[in-house]
Design a protein around this ligand. Sequence first.
Ligand SMILES: CCCCCCCCCC(=O)SCCNC(=O)CCNC(=O)[C@H](O)C(C)(C)COP(=O)(O)OP(=O)(O)OC[C@H]1O[C@@H](n2cnc3c(N)ncnc32)[C@H](O)[C@@H]1OP(=O)(O)O
Length: 136
Amino acid sequence: MTIDETTHMCFACSPINPIGLKLVFADKGDTCVTRFVPGPQHQGWTGRVHGGIVTTLLDEAMAQFLYRRDETAVTAELTVRFRIPAPVGSELLVEARQTGARGRLLTLEAKACLKDGTVVAVAQGKFLRVPPDALG
Ligand SMILES: CCCCCCCCCC(=O)SCCNC(=O)CCNC(=O)[C@H](O)C(C)(C)COP(=O)(O)OP(=O)(O)OC[C@H]1O[C@@H](n2cnc3c(N)ncnc32)[C@H](O)[C@@H]1OP(=O)(O)O
């Protein structure tokens, strides 16, 4: 897959999307990790990060796990359990790992934690392999 990593507009990870989260990922052991400090513009209920933003962090970490391993796959199903409210202004540490593969179906899990290790949310994702040219 050929994606120009300096010019693409992914809401989660583009370095140039003006309203994006600008996430930067790294591999750590058998996981893919990122950090994000949500601001007031990311909240839902006052002081709490919007669940859609937390979901984006989890989904993107799993997608990046695959992208960084040359898998061309899209999210086909995503389940998120929000354990505690994510406070605005507190750094979230996000990590994703693969849990299985069967044919085109890849299964992953991800979690978002506070700096003290408290788990904020966990996700299970199913990704389906697609042809590389399907993702431009
Ligand atoms: C540097 C840039 C990096 C950017 C990273 C960006 C990451 C963003 C991550 C995302 O958010 S991706 C965007 C959100 N997801 C999508 O837009 C996907 C939309 N859905 C689709 O495109 C299609 O539905 C999909 C490709 C997932 C499947 O369509 P297909 O026509 O290829 O497959 P089909 O529906 O025929 O299913 C194929 C097989 O998979 C099975 N399947 C499909 N969905 C499933 C599911 N959820 N769970 C289990 N099995 C599933 C299905 O039953 C079937 O099994 P069999 O082969 O045994 O018959």
